[in-house]
Ligand binder design. Sequence first.
Ligand code: AMP
Ligand code: ZN
Ligand code: FE
Ligand code: FE
Length: 276
Amino acid sequence: MMSDRRADLHIHTHYSDSTMSPQNVVREAVKSLLTCISITDHDSVAGMPEAAAEAAKSGLEVIAGVELSSEHGRKDVHILGYGFELKKSPLVMKLKEMQQARMDRMKKMVAKINSLGFGEIRFEDVASRTKSDAVGRLHLAQLLVEKKVVTNIEMAFEKYLGEDAQAYYSKYKQTPLEAIRLIKDSGGVAVMAHPMLTSRDEIIPELVRGGLDGLEVYYPNCSMEVANFYIKLAAKHKLLITGGSDAHGAGKKSTYIGKAYLPYEHVEELKKRIHA
Ligand code: AMP
Ligand code: ZN
Ligand code: FE
Ligand code: FE
């Protein structure tokens, strides 16, 4: 019997590039009748204690999560980690270095933007948009909109911040295989985030050989046809299926908590793999 319990395993907080606190995320998830969530901030796990404390009040299940950045060529490949050890694991120990690389890279991006003739962007005004050191392009894009350098976030990425645009710099140098290894060495399961956006399906077999556990199949604005394609691909490689909204609060208006969700049966499968 399929239950109608739903999980959202891809949510950001203000510890990366969402505007929401972990407490607000948990309250919103409860309101949306979700039974399980994971907070998956970019290169940060800072939201976990607050989320766990808030979730204890309602019994919402919270699975430890993170969205690690990696690169294949110049292309960003995001690897989601779930259920890893939080105390002194190789993954958690590495996050400081990744965040430092984000700060260094943002200084370069700001300098580049200013060199293009918008000499009024201050690094501090970008960095203060997150409560951790996981500063990112969405923060800078928001500031560029506020300063009327561009009219919207999409244009900020298209003209300046996208991977082929003029003010783009890469982050911490890490391949998808290295990100997967870090998660696995910390007792977690590794999932390729939003493959339908990443468009690097050709590397999936290699990632599977490197320990990849799953594909994120349920994702906002993804057609059933595309989801079914990835469900079949997951079955072919004996991979887990996951899903979530990739909610960023007011940071990304195209999605919200619970917009895409995972039938809970798949969470049971995920937990079996975490404990295996
Ligand atoms: P970063 O981790 O600093 O490289 O920034 C990547 C993040 O920027 C993604 O996770 C999204 O939240 C956001 N992002 C990337 N491309 C776009 C886009 N075209 N429009 C809006 N947000 C984007
Ligand atoms: Zn983001
Ligand atoms: Fe992502
Ligand atoms: Fe995300």
